[in-house]
Design a protein around this ligand. Structure first.
Ligand code: F6P
Length: 365
């Protein structure tokens, strides 16, 4: 792509929302205007706004005071994909490619670059748009922290903090009632939230998608604790955890979504099984979207600011197709291509897995 004079940049937030998105929008807008004199344009509801031509100018006053806010002032969508737009034809839902229209809207707005803030799905689409000639810069976001190429995505720290507080609260009620308490947290394909919050909350058992569990091992672990006078147990499970040889538990399917499966219910399933097989009183709680909402923690606010300002510098250098990232404590960039389509998952030799096992935590195997 040729070098051109940048005048106007577009920004969108895609996929599930995440604490820290507004910190990024603020950082991009403020530094683009103050340091480069560019105009900033906010595309509404992720790629839905690009497909339907919905957006508005972002000015300094509009992004003032949003650093601490959860959600995203631009709105988001985790089903909009210009390459797979759901269209109802008769009784059927079919997916059509509307990417030419999306590119046309980008040009009609007079944008020179698109800043795409999102996880694997949003950045994969950004990469496809880049191949169609749109200059793109990516910023990684997801509470799941499962994006390759970066040590951390903003939102993860906040989610872990919320889950840890929930575990601490379940701890006291579990102890008071001598019960097995299960907390289900998010994490479809990767167990980072369950691992980090479970370890921080002192969970007795942590179940993650990467390590299929054995029900027998879980039951033996809670019974052993009961026999040794510990009359309660705490279990943290990722929504994507599954029994060895079994399947993930689906909450529902959304046929209009190109990514239709919604997970949920593994905590309830474990509750029923553990109570039936051990005779121990068991309860479960599902934290759901509580772990995705609300104000970002200070580390997530700062990561958002670092990512947003670094993305603006990438634009100034016209480094298209790059994604900002943090590796070994240093903020830098890699190609979006390198980051997408291969999730970063928990491995058995992860230091926190090894340390958790060393202090007696079971992973259900
Ligand atoms: O990708 C983030 C995530 O929080 C996943 O862990 C979870 O499966 C999904 O979003 C839930 O999405 P929704 O908001 O559509 O229920």
């Amino acid at each position: 792509m040729k070098t051109k004079k940048i005048k106007k940049i577009g920004i969108l937030t895609g996929g599930g929302d995440c604490p820290g998105l507004n910190a990024v929008i603020r950082a991009v807008t403020k530094s683009a205007i103050a340091n480069h004199g560019w105009e900033v344009f906010g595309i509404e509801d992720g790629y839905a706004g690009l497909i339907e031509k919905r957006g508005h100018e972002l000015t300094q006053p509009q992004v003032s005071g949003i650093l601490t806010l959860g959600g995203t002032i631009l709105g988001t969508s985790n089903r909009a994909d210009p390459f797979k737009v759901s269209v109802v034809k008769g009784k059927k839902v079919v997916f059509e490619d509307h990417s030419d229209q999306a590119v046309e809207h980008f040009r009609q707005w007079g944008l020179d670059v698109l800043v795409a803030v999102g996880g694997d799905g949003t950045l994969s689409i950004a990469n496809q748009l880049c191949r169609k000639g749109i200059p793109v810069v990516g910023i990684p976001k997801t509470i799941d922290n499962d994006l390759s190429g970066t040590d951390y995505t903003f939102g993860f720290h906040t989610a872990v903090s919320i889950c840890t507080e929930a575990i601490d609260r379940l701890h006291t009620t579990a102890a008071a009632h001598h019960r097995v308490m299960i907390l289900e947290v998010m994490g479809r394909n990767a167990g980072w939230i369950a691992l980090h919050s479970g370890s921080a909350g002192g969970a007795d058992i942590i179940l993650i998608p990467e390590i299929p569990y054995l029900m027998d091992t879980i039951c033996k672990a809670v019974k052993k604790r009961a026999q040794h006078g510990k009359k309660f147990s705490l279990i943290v499970t990722a929504e994507g955890a599954k029994e060895k040889g079994g399947k993930v538990i689906e909450k529902k399917r959304d046929p209009k979504n190109p990514y239709p499966v919604k997970l949920g219910g593994v905590g309830k399933y474990l509750e029923e099984q553990i109570e039936k097989l051990t005779g121990l009183e068991t309860r479960s709680a599902n934290l759901g979207h509580i772990q995705r909402g609300g104000s970002p923690t200070p580390p997530d606010r700062n990561l958002g600011t670092l990512y947003g300002t670094h993305a603006v510098e990438l634009i100034a250098q016209q480094k298209w197709g790059q994604m900002v990232c943090v590796q070994g404590g240093v903020v830098k960039s890699i190609s979006i291509e390198q980051a997408v389509n291969k999730l970063k998952t928990v491995t058995l030799d992860n230091p926190l897995v090894v340390a958790s096992e060393a202090v007696g935590t079971s992973f259900g195997i």
